[in-house]
Design a protein around this ligand. Structure first.
Ligand SMILES: Nc1nc2c(ncn2[C@@H]2O[C@H](COP(=O)(O)OP(=O)(O)OP(=O)(O)O)[C@@H](O)[C@H]2O)c(=O)[nH]1
Ligand SMILES: [Mg+2]
Ligand SMILES: [Zn+2]
Length: 284
């Protein structure tokens, strides 16, 4: 048997849509129930349309509850967290995705979309101010008018669009991917052909070295399994303060000598950031 390698463009359970080395799109099926591939996975493609093995991952973005884990994408270089002026977005969800990005060793930035909408714009900016203060890059744009502010930031990377439903992820994708309609139709045909859910992530090429993954809107981003320390490290403003806490295992809840609590009390750390950190620690 000859083994070729392929890139998973969309995966659902045991079935995946795979781009072969020659650039063809083929459907492939895992032989084992234990093999689950997701967009961004490199797989071994066997004769007969079978998936041999999933190559070791550089990283895996997944959201995890106490009951199950949902794969979002594999081997990504950055997360683009899409928020919008309208409808309102959850800053807690953004925090959670930033923790996941940090944990995965991926870069992350926030794209504030629909900046053409005056309603909600100042409120959205205010909600993002604590993120900017923490050093998170925020790009403002209107996907429908001009997606170019994001284009530069994507070049040469594999990025995954993450955000709540209605934020404009797919609109961004359509504006950034050449021949997007054709590419979307190819993948949609596959996803609707079998029993596969239409809620899989989908990978698109912008150019030879630039890829963008569209994902279904999410309302929750569970971080079950992450320790308090893991979560603190995902907060770029809290992590450096933690080194100055009296106790090395300080959770920054109500411990004496906590430098994080002190910074918030002194106004050096946004109280909203601390509140979100504590909320996530309480129920990761
Ligand atoms: N005014 C305005 N509307 C936009 C912009 N970008 C997207 N929209 C609209 O926002 C709505 C939602 O956009 P989608 O791209 O479908 O959002 P999504 O994030 O992919 O949503 P899900 O697939 O449900 O997760 C659509 O009606 C878009 O036309 C923008 O820059 N300005
Ligand atoms: Mg969409
Ligand atoms: Zn502390």
């Amino acid at each position: 048997m000859t083994a070729d390698t392929g890139l998973v463009v969309a995966g659902f359970g045991r079935v995946s849509l795979v781009r072969t080395g020659e650039g063809l799109l083929v459907q492939a099926r895992a032989r084992s129930r234990r093999v689950i591939a997701v967009a961004g996975d490199q797989i071994e493609l066997l004769e007969g349309g079978f998936i041999g093995a999933v190559a070791p991952r550089r990283n895996l973005i997944a959201r995890t509850s106490a009951f199950r884990s949902k794969l979002i994408a594999a081997n990504v270089s950055q997360l683009v967290l899409v928020a919008a002026c309208e409808p309102p977005f959850s800053d807690e969800l953004l925090c959670r995705a930033l923790v996941a990005a940090h944990r995965a060793g991926a870069e992350a930035l926030i794209a504030l979309n629909k900046i053409d909408l005056k309603a909600g714009r100042e409120q959205a900016r205010a909600r993002l101010a604590p993120f900017r203060a923490a050093g998170v890059e925020v790009i403002e744009l209107a996907a429908m008018l001009d997606p170019s502010p994001l284009a530069d930031r994507l070049r040469g990377r594999r990025s995954v669009l993450i955000g709540q439903s209605g934020m404009g992820k797919s609109t961004l994708l359509k504006a950034l991917v050449p021949e997007a309609e054709v590419r979307i139709r190819e993948i949609s045909a596959f996803l609707s052909s079998g029993k596969q859910s239409t809620t899989a992530s989908r990978l698109y090429a912008i150019d030879a070295s630039t890829e963008l993954i569209d994902t279904p809107g999410l309302a929750e981003f569970g971080l079950a399994g992450l320790s308090t320390q893991d979560i603190a490290e995902g907060f770029a403003d809290i992590a450096p303060l933690a080194a100055q806490c009296r106790f090395r295992d300080c959770r920054h809840l109500s411990e004496p000598g906590c430098a994080v609590s002190a910074a918030a009390a002194a106004g050096a750390l946004s109280t909203r950031r601390l509140e979100l950190y504590r909320r996530i620690v309480a129920a990761p």
